[in-house]
Structure formats: C-alpha cells, structure tokens
Design a protein. Sequence first.
Length: 414
Amino acid sequence: MDQAAQAKKGKAIIIGGSMGGLFAGNLLLRAGWQAEIHERVHGPLSDRGAGIVTHQELLHALKLAGAAVDETLGVSIPSRVTFDRQGRSIAELPYEQLLTAWSRLLGVLEDAFPARHYHRGKALARIEQEADSVTAIFEDGTHATGDLLVGADGIRSATRAQAMPGSEPVYAGYVAWRGLVEESELSPQAHQALMERFAFYLPPNEQMLTYPVAGRADAISKGARRINFVWYRPADEETELRRLQTDASGRHHAGGIPPTAIHPEVLDEVRKAATDTLPPVFAEVVHKTPLLFFQPIFDLECERMAAGRVALLGDAAFVARPHSGMGVTKAAYDALELTEALGSEAGIHQALARYQAERGRFGRSIVGHARNMGACMLADPSSAHEREMARRYRDPGPLMRETAVSLRYLKLDP
C-alpha cells in the first residue's frame, strides 16, 4: 500500500517492540496504517524468554500479521503425561500441540515488520494528547506524533502509568523457576520420559512441567532441540521473594533480578530442592540448566484499556498467570480486535470504545481462569472458591486438559 493510502488511515505510535507491539505494528500496517514501533531497549530482544506454547488461534493471528508459519516454527508433540514422585506415569492425555521458543516467535514477527519503522533505545517519558493527535515524548528528548498511541510495553507499562494510572500488578504468592537444557545433555531416561510430550508433576503447593522446544539457531531436528521447564514454588512477598531478589552484594532488585545476579546460595538451594522434591528426570533437568532464572507471578486487570487516543494492549492491560499459556495469544487478539475496530468504526474514539468493551471482557475472563488454576499453589486457600479450585487443579485430569490449551478447548471466544 502506498504512503498516500496509509496517510488516509492514520499514523500509529506503538510503545513496546516485543510480541504485542510487533503484532500491532504488522496488523496495522497491513490494514493501511502507518505504524512506528518504539522499543526502550537498545539491543536485540531475541535472547530473552524461554518456551512458548502455541494454539490454533495464535497461528491464525501470525498468518494475518504476515509472519512465516510453517513446520520450522517449532516442535510438535502428540500428548501430555503426569508423573508420580518415582517418575511413573499416572495419567496421560492425547493433545497434539506445537511448542516453540520465545526467540523463534519474536524472529518471525520481526522479519515481517519493516526494520526502518522499528526504533530502539526509545524509553517513554510522557504522553501529550490534543483533540486530533497524540505525542510520545521519549527520555532522549525526541518525540513522535500520530493519530493513535498503542501501549504494548508490558506489565510495568509506562503508557499505562501515564494515560491510565491506578491499576497495578498484584503478586500471586509464588514464583516460576525456568530454564532450558540441550536435548543432547539429557540422560536416556530423561530423554525418553520428556522429549516427546508435555510432562507434569504435582508436589504439594507446587507444580513442575516440561516440554520440548527448538534448539539453538531454531533447530527442530531430533538431537538438536531443547527441553524447557517451568517450576512453580511458593514465595512469601515480604520474606522469601525479597530474599530471592537480593544479590550477593546485598542489593535488592525489586523490579526483577537478572539471572546472572541471583545469589549462588539461592541457586544451590533450588537445585537441592529439585533433588529432594522432584522425580529424578525432572530434577536432572533443573541440575543441567546452565542459566536458572525465575519470574514472580502476578495478576493485572486494568479498569480501562483506552483513554482519549491511547490504547493498551497485551500485558500492559491484563496479565494472566502462565498456567493459561495465553500471554502471546491474548496480545495477538488484542491487536486483531484493535485493527478491526479501527477499520469498521467512524472514528478513533468510537473504535477504542468498542475495543475496550470486547477485549476487557476477554482479559477479565482469562485472568480469572488462570487465577483459578493457580489456587493449587496456595498453602492455605482463604475462600471456599479457592479451596474448590485448588482441589480441581491438583487433579491431573483437569490440569492437563486446561493448562495452555486452545481457547476453543476451554470454550472461550478469543
């Protein structure tokens, strides 16, 4: 589409250049908008993240965004399994799914977006709105003006803080330890148990899961893949979480500690806990992970997703716990609904009102579902509903049926 046609549609300023920002940029460009992405990080993002579970909805959104979707996107598995403490299978579920790496998914979205419209090192300082425009002013003194500003800048969104303050992440009471191990490093026992399926183990008030993903350089051939794990463990906010986020020099990293700064004693404790708590094949994965890291688990629900000419998207508006496996898919469908609303409504304000109504309902629904799934991590559920959900998701059947599955499987509309 030529520049004159794009100018008639309008110009979108997108804050945040990760998954949500790239979905918004690609979809808006293909709908006839000018789209400029502004990412605060100076360097590439491709070394971040770990495993990603895909769904049919996500693959559909990728194709609409112009991303290359083929058999090289990830690793396909046929089923799910839950093990007991000795590593014996106690429940299995046929469920075919494509599993990929965060860097691989980011790469196909980056390839689809024109590099000249992607600007790095642009940290948002403030937003100024006029009747017919919106301007992003960055910390380096530059600015960008357009018809619409999309905040796709994650859970600690500067866009949200500027345009829609009041909604903050709420800590869920537990963390997710994560890591990747090369397939070639696994013992024959671990390889046979884990490399061809989605695997679970359910110790009291914890949860361990693994699944295979692409290896280095996006390799998906057998022998060159990796195993990804997520291990949910309780951590009281005032005591244990603070300790986990304090490095060897005594510095507390309240906003999240870099993996390389985690105290060596903490890492030793986690590896010992893996030996004491997990089936041998899962403990092996933890021990062989070269870079262990963790993420505190949060809920976030925004009362508003739009204000004036500003819209929030993805984790800037709603954060669902990872049990739902919906973070990227939710961001993709936020971008789809935003693009469709802008194409069908008479003006930006009407379009954003429709967008907020549609995606707000879905955001609250998926956050609630993921919160229910996380109730089994609570040592002392405080309500009858939490106790009911804890019992439900300590059962391998519902756990395997509902963890990171298609929205259609859950009978939810994306």
